[in-house]
Design a protein around this ligand. Structure first.
Ligand SMILES: C[S@@+](CC[C@H](N)C(=O)[O-])C[C@H]1O[C@@H](n2cnc3c(N)ncnc32)[C@H](O)[C@@H]1O
Length: 372
């Protein structure tokens, strides 16, 4: 039996599927999208329309990605120079070093992209891990957008085929993960590297509840990579934040604001009739954040109709974090910081790798003997 490395080389040289060459199995074929149990995009669209029919409401991030045109506008935003320069500066080599140190060569391991979008970074990561002799790898991609997940599957297809790395693409809502986390298990124990790239974590309404509820099934020692915006200052003074934060002070370059607003207003523009004007207000919100040191930027839309009617919606919610305060808080939640790095031209992005551990039990009164 050849080693997997030899098998890989033979398969590449002969342009054959390594799974078929080695084991008589077509290892991957074309990765398929699996619809997660209970996922109902039509019901989500109905929820969106119900919110828009009211005078006021909050549009969760997921509604922006359900619609393929919104997903398209998200991709345009990624190409906007200010946004693109941050993505280009992502410290992939440093993150890879951390993972390579934490995952043994023989550990079966899954990269699990939560809200993966087009999954460029997940595919790069697994490609580089594969090059570092990690053999038993799988790529699991989860997203709510058919359009983005479809592109993710297409871009991972070639790698999956040539390197015999299975790809499992799941169309679903990550808030419901505990209902279908059994889909993520393998034949035996596997290490997991869960990723949330592209600021997805910072858009959550309550990220602590997300970790407690949606990630409750994660095993001890599994890793979590969070890619979030960094706070512009450690100060909690609103004037200083407003002055230093590049979104609040409108210091972002080029057409960032128009591209971002184009994306954020998509669900309003496409689903509301007879709109006369849509104005956007960007505000600082310090009181809804659960992680100390973090603050949120809230985008609100005031929609004026030709009839004179007016509606108000929250269309964007994004938090910024102070690394050591985020780390301290997540430590109590069972996630220990391995390392965090600031990156981007203005150091306004933050990638932090956490490892699951059992949190120390909270101090409280011990039950007395015979009590209870
Ligand atoms: C900010 S984008 C980041 C995309 C990608 N990770 C990147 O770095 O470019 C957020 C992603 O999360 C997905 N998403 C948002 N809410 C979701 C939910 N509730 N369940 C699953 N995916 C969701 C969106 O479709 C989108 O692809």
């Amino acid at each position: 039996m050849p080693t997997l490395e030899t098998l890989d080389r033979l398969a590449q040289a002969t342009n054959l599927d390594p799974g078929w060459l080695g084991f008589g199995l077509s290892s991957s074929g074309t990765p398929q999208i699996t619809i997660t149990p209970g996922f109902d995009s039509d019901a989500l669209i109905a929820d969106l329309l119900a919110i828009l029919s009211g005078p006021t409401g909050v549009l969760d991030d997921l509604y922006k990605y359900l619609d393929p045109v919104s997903a398209h506008e998200w991709r345009n935003l990624l190409r906007q120079p200010d946004f693109g320069s941050v993505i280009a500066a992502f410290p992939m080599t440093e993150v890879l070093e951390l993972l390579a140190a934490a995952i043994d060569t023989h550990d079966p391991c899954d990269i699990v992209g939560l809200g993966c979008g087009t999954a460029e970074r997940e595919v790069t990561l697994i490609r580089k891990l594969r090059a570092r002799q990690r053999r038993d790898l799988r790529l699991i991609l989860l997203d709510i957008s058919v359009s983005l997940l479809g592109s993710a599957v297409q871009s991972s297809n070639e790698f999956s085929r040539t390197h015999a790395v299975p790809v499992l693409a799941l169309l679903g809502d990550f808030h419901s993960l505990p209902e279908y986390c059994h889909l993520l298990t393998g034949d035996g124990p596997r290490r997991r590297v869960l990723t949330m790239f592209g600021y997805t974590f910072s858009n959550l309404d309550n990220e602590v509840q997300f970790l407690r509820r949606s990630m409750s099934w994660v095993n001890h020692d599994d890793l979590l990579i969070l890619d979030v915006p960094a706070a512009a200052t450690v100060s909690s003074d609103a004037t200083e934040i407003a002055r230093k934060d590049r979104t609040l002070s409108r210091k972002r370059g080029g057409d960032w604001h128009s591209a971002a607003f184009q994306f954020l207003t998509g669900p309003l523009r496409r689903n509301l009739q007879h709109v006369d004007e849509c104005r956007i207000h960007t505000e600082l919100d310090q009181s809804s954040c659960v992680i100390p040191g973090s603050y949120a930027i809230v985008h609100k839309a005031i929609v004026k109709f030709k009839t004179g009617e007016e509606k108000r919606f929250v269309i964007g919610y994004s938090k910024r974090y102070v690394l050591d305060k985020l780390a301290k808080h997540l430590e109590h939640e069972g996630w220990r910081l391995v390392q965090g790095l600031h990156y981007g031209p203005n150091q306004d992005a933050l990638v932090a790798v956490f490892q699951r551990h059992d949190p120390r039990p909270k101090r409280g009164r011990r039950p007395k003997k015979n009590e209870g």
